[in-house]
Design a binder for this molecule. Sequence first.
Ligand code: NDP
Length: 288
Amino acid sequence: MILDGKALAERIKTALTEETAEFTAESGVTPCLATVLVGEDPASAVYVRSKRRSCAKIGFESRHHHLPAETSQADLVQLVEDLNSDASVHGILVQLPLPSQMDSDAVIDAIALHKDVDGFHPRSVGHLALKKEGFVSCTPAGIMRLLEESGIDPSGKRAVVVGRSAIVGLPAALLLTHANATVTVCHSRTAREDLQAAVEGADIVVAAVGRPHFLPGAWIKPGAVVIDVGINRIPDPDRPRGRLVGDVEFETAQERAGWITPVPGGVGPMTIAMLMSNTLLAAKRAVR
Ligand code: NDP
């Protein structure tokens, strides 16, 4: 069965629209997401546009700051600090990657914890690890919501997370651990045969590597749940801009999997829905 992230994300956004209308009517506050884009990376511009479109649809305000690529780190940090102290802004999103002269960690560190709706701040990740209140990084939160809404309980299951990045793999492994799965994390130093054995034994496979068709479909255990986070553009003779594929060999994996996310239309839309959900939560926490 297909885990249809696109349809679920639409349902979540519809529910958020109603919840936002109620919240704004009661509190007089309109949730506001500040988006910051530095430079002209076309993919980043597309992501920011799509996040702002979701804000408008749900009834949030979005305030966009587009800075030139040559902006200094000090100026960017200053903007973040200004947004931190602006009470009408509830969430701050600095679109990554930043231009190479900037230290992304230092910029993310500057975001006030209660406005860190992306959940990238090291303290947000720490809170997640310790199950304390905070913002959960949107892609891993989207993965868990997809499982939950599909009636898939990770408790007691064997899960493998391929990839250990701070924004996807690591928090996904933490969330699955909190959900009582037995979790194996694989990465670039994992021996290929160990990776294969871990995937073949897994009831839940989360692939977050960033390499097209990296996991052979033949490795998937019959009936397993496959969550493909990867977004990779590959050449396609029929499409001038190529096409998007995941990290898993979809055609063969879908023959074996019980559930599988498509790429596109799986985890990607859920990421934006969770960003919207975090922004409303930030606004609610600001007025409580
Ligand atoms: P990173 O490049 O930060 O991390 C990739 C991870 O894959 C690293 O942990 C790396 O290991 C691991 N890896 C690399 N090569 C291998 C290998 N040969 N075997 C096993 N593991 C390997 O990527 P992200 O986590 O940011 O993103 C992963 C993918 O997910 C990308 O395609 C990205 O576009 C996509 N993505 C999708 C989102 C969505 O909304 N759907 C959101 C965010 C990302 P090591 O740590 O050892 O280097």
